[in-house]
Design a protein around this ligand. Structure first.
Ligand code: NAD
Length: 352
C-alpha cells in the first residue's frame, strides 16, 4: 500500500478538487493546491484551511512548466492528483478552444514536469511516486437502454468537453507506456454535493426551485446519468492512490442511474417538505421543457466492479441519502451560493 503524505493537487479550488482537499487535510495529509482560479475556482470553499500549515494555495496554470517544476522541486510531493480542467459541457459547445488548452495542452505540460521530477527521484521516493488523473465516464460516449461502461469500453467522446478529456486520458496512458511514469486514471460518473458551481443541474435546480423560478428540463428529461455523491468520489480516488495498480484505469460510480426528470422531481419534493412555497404550489409545477442540448448523450452508466472487488471500495451514500444531504447543505449555505451568483467570490484571494 502506497502512503502519500504530501500531494500536489491541481484544480483544488473547484467542486471535486476542493472536496478532496478538505478531506485529505482533515485526514492528516499535506496538500499543495495549484489552481488557476477560472470562474469555477472558488477560494470561499477553502476558507476553513486559511492558516493551516498543511495546506498551501498557489494560483497558477497546470500548463506553466516553470511554475510546476519549481513546486515539485520545492515540495517533493509523493503524488500529483490532477483535477484541473474546464468541466462544463455547455461551455465546451460555446467555446471548445479553452477545453483543449487546459485539458489537453495543460495536462501535457503537467505530465512532462511530473516525468522529469519522477526521473530525478531515487529509491523509495521514486518507487512510491504516483500521477493520478481524474477523468470522466463521458469519454465512453452514450449508451442505449442496456449495458454499462467498463474499463474495456472503447472511447467514443461526443462533446468537445469529453473529447478533450479523452485526449488527456490517452496522453496519461502514453506517458506510462512510453516513459514508465507511474500513472493511475479514474473515470467517474456525474458528481453532486456541497460546493458545486450553480451552473450544473443539481445546484441550479435547487436554487431556482428555492426562488420559485421555472426549472429548465432539456428535451424530454429522460436522459439518464449515474449519480455519485462527491465525497464517495474522493474516497475512491484516495483508495486508488493507495492501492491501485500502476498503469490501470478504474471506473467509479454509485449504481444510481436516474433520469433528469427524477432528479428534478426529487429535489422539488425535498424542498416542498423543507421550505414550502408561500403560495402553497408544488414545485413540480415549475418544470419547463427547453430545447435539448445539441448532441446530448442519452444514457451513462458505470460498472465499478473492478474498483469494488480489487480495492474494496464502496460508496457510503445512496442517491436518496446523498441528494437529501445536498439539498440540506445548499439550504444551510446560501451565503456561499449568493457570493457565487453575485460574483463576489472572485474578489477575494487567499494567501498561501
Ligand atoms: P470544476 O470546474 O468545478 O473545477 C475545475 C477547477 O480547475 C477550477 O477550480 C478551475 O479554476 C481549475 N482550473 C481550470 N483550468 C485550470 C488550469 N489551466 N490550471 C489550473 N487550474 C485550472 O470541475 P469539477 O466538477 O470539480 O471537476 C474536476 C475534475 O473531475 C475535472 O477534471 C473533471 O473532468 C472531472 N470529473 C468531473 C465530474 C463531475 O461530475 N463534475 C465527473 C467525473 C470527472
Amino acid at each position: 500500500v502506497h502512503r502519500s503524505r504530501t500531494l500536489l493537487v491541481t484544480g483544488g479550488a473547484g467542486f471535486i478538487g476542493a472536496n478532496f482537499v478538505l478531506q485529505a487535510v482533515a485526514d492528516g495529509l499535506t496538500v499543495v493546491n495549484l489552481d488557476k482560479l477560472t470562474y469555477a475556482g472558488n477560494l470561499d470553499t477553502l476558507a476553513s484551511l486559511q492558516g493551516n500549515p498543511r495546506h498551501a494555495f498557489v494560483q497558477g496554470d497546470i500548463g506553466d512548466r516553470s511554475l510546476i517544476a519549481r513546486l515539485l522541486a520545492e515540495h517533493k510531493p509523493d503524488a500529483i492528483v490532477n483535477f484541473a480542467a474546464e468541466s462544463h459541457v455547455d461551455r465546451s459547445i460555446d467555446g471548445p478552444a479553452a477545453f483543449v488548452e487546459t485539458n489537453v495542452v495543460g495536462t501535457l505540460g503537467l505530465l512532462e514536469c511530473a516525468r522529469d521530477f519522477w526521473r530525478s527521484l531515487e529509491g523509495a521516493a521514486r518507487e512510491g511516486f504516483r500521477f493520478l488523473h481524474v477523468s470522466t465516464d463521458e469519454v465512453y460516449g452514450s449508451l442505449g437502454d442496456e449495458g454499462k461502461f467498463t474499463e474495456q469500453t472503447a472511447y467514443a467522446p461526443n462533446s468537445p468537453y469529453s473529447a478533450s478529456k479523452a485526449a488527456s486520458d490517452h496522453l496519461v496512458r502514453a506517458f506510462h507506456h512510453t516513459y514508465g511514469l507511474p500513472v493511475l486514471t479514474t473515470n467517474c460518473s456525474n458528481n453532486y454535493g456541497p460546493y458545486q458551481f450553480p451552473e450544473k443541474l443539481i445546484p441550479l435546480v435547487i436554487q431556482k426551485a428555492l426562488a420559485g423560478e421555472p426549472l429548465p428540463i432539456y428535451g424530454d428529461g429522460l436522459n439518464i446519468r449515474d449519480w455519485l455523491f462527491v465525497s464517495d468520489h474522493c474516497s475512491a480516488i484516495r483508495r486508488v492512490l493507495e492501492a491501485g495498480r500502476i498503469g490501470e484505469t478504474y471506473n467509479v460510480g454509485g449504481n444510481a442511474e436516474r433520469t433528469n426528470l427524477t432528479v428534478v422531481k426529487t429535489i422539488c419534493t425535498l424542498l416542498d417538505q423543507r421550505r414550502p412555497l408561500a403560495d402553497g404550489r408544488a414545485r413540480e409545477s415549475l418544470m419547463t421543457h427547453v430545447k435539448d442540448r445539441p448532441g446530448h448523450d442519452r444514457r451513462y452508466a458505470i460498472d465499478a466492479s473492478k474498483l469494488e472487488s480489487e480495492l474494496s471500495w464502496k460508496p457510503s451514500q445512496t442517491f436518496e441519502s446523498g441528494i437529501a444531504a445536498t439539498v440540506n447543505w445548499y439550504l444551510e449555505h446560501q451565503p456561499w451560493v449568493q457570493r457565487v451568483l453575485d460574483g463576489s467570490y472572485r474578489m477575494e484571494r487567499l494567501g498561501s
